[in-house]
Design a protein around this ligand. Sequence first.
Ligand SMILES: Nc1nc2c(ncn2[C@@H]2O[C@H](COP(=O)(O)OP(=O)(O)O)[C@@H](O)[C@H]2O)c(=O)[nH]1
Ligand SMILES: [Mg+2]
Length: 289
Amino acid sequence: MGFFDKLKKLNIFANFGSELTEDFYDELEESLILADTGMDTALELVAELRRRVRAEGIKTMEGARECMCHCISDLMSVGESSLNLSTQPSVVLFIGVNGVGKTTTIGKLGSQLRKERKKVLLCAADTFRAAASEQLTIWAERAGLDIIKQHEGADPAAVVFDAASAAKARKADVVLVDTAGRLHNKQNLMNELNKISRVIDRELPGCARETLLVLDATTGQNGLIQAKQFKEAAGITGIVLTKLDGTAKGGIAIAIAKELGVPVKFAGVGEGIEDLKPFVPMEFAQALI
Ligand SMILES: Nc1nc2c(ncn2[C@@H]2O[C@H](COP(=O)(O)OP(=O)(O)O)[C@@H](O)[C@H]2O)c(=O)[nH]1
Ligand SMILES: [Mg+2]
């Protein structure tokens, strides 16, 4: 079973018949919109498909399907898809609103990096609720990872400071930082992230750094609005799209890459430790349509 098999497919290529008629293009556009690609992205994809079908003399439905996969993959390839973990240590910051899957993603990724023999340190900088660091602690135990935490209500930047010091002392390869989703407004978010950023600059100068925005695919177009707000407030280097299992809104992945110009780097398809994978646009497109 492929990783994206839990994704709900667009059935149009299988069900429409064999002729590439006007009706086909109309229905394709509609089913893309239903899959939450958004109107603009749906129009652009269908226009691009028409263009390539004409230019390449494609006659069959299967040919059109394959061509559409390339259209989607090309539209989504907007930047480096792998994580930059080139320094020791490297730092990956996870941001996003409550409930999207930040803590779960950190547990899954930490476990996978450990299997690649990397020394991973988790940093519980979501200090807003005690439950948040407890949840990360459970993941640390499950994945066999070290964790740095403080008491509830502690300054997140202070926890990052501790984690940076520990990373140096223990020669960690990667520090995964969990942050709070409760950041009422953009100013608040920016201040918090800038403060964390300054601590990292000072303690780990020149380290490779990623800021991943975690988004819940089931929130569809709302997720995209969220993403735009986060992008304005923070320098996002990649997206983690969670809960792609069973959602009919998988098309949102295309809209996010296109509208934000930020690559989707990981996909989550379940709550288990194995349910996270590097995002490959072509593989995703093949599963979606
Ligand atoms: N089905 C599914 N559930 C997920 C996925 N990722 C996270 N979750 C669930 O979403 C809920 C919120 O996750 P959590 O990591 O606590 O979110 P956070 O508030 O951003 O840290 C939990 O119940 C997770 O098990 C995913 O890829 N698929
Ligand atoms: Mg959390």
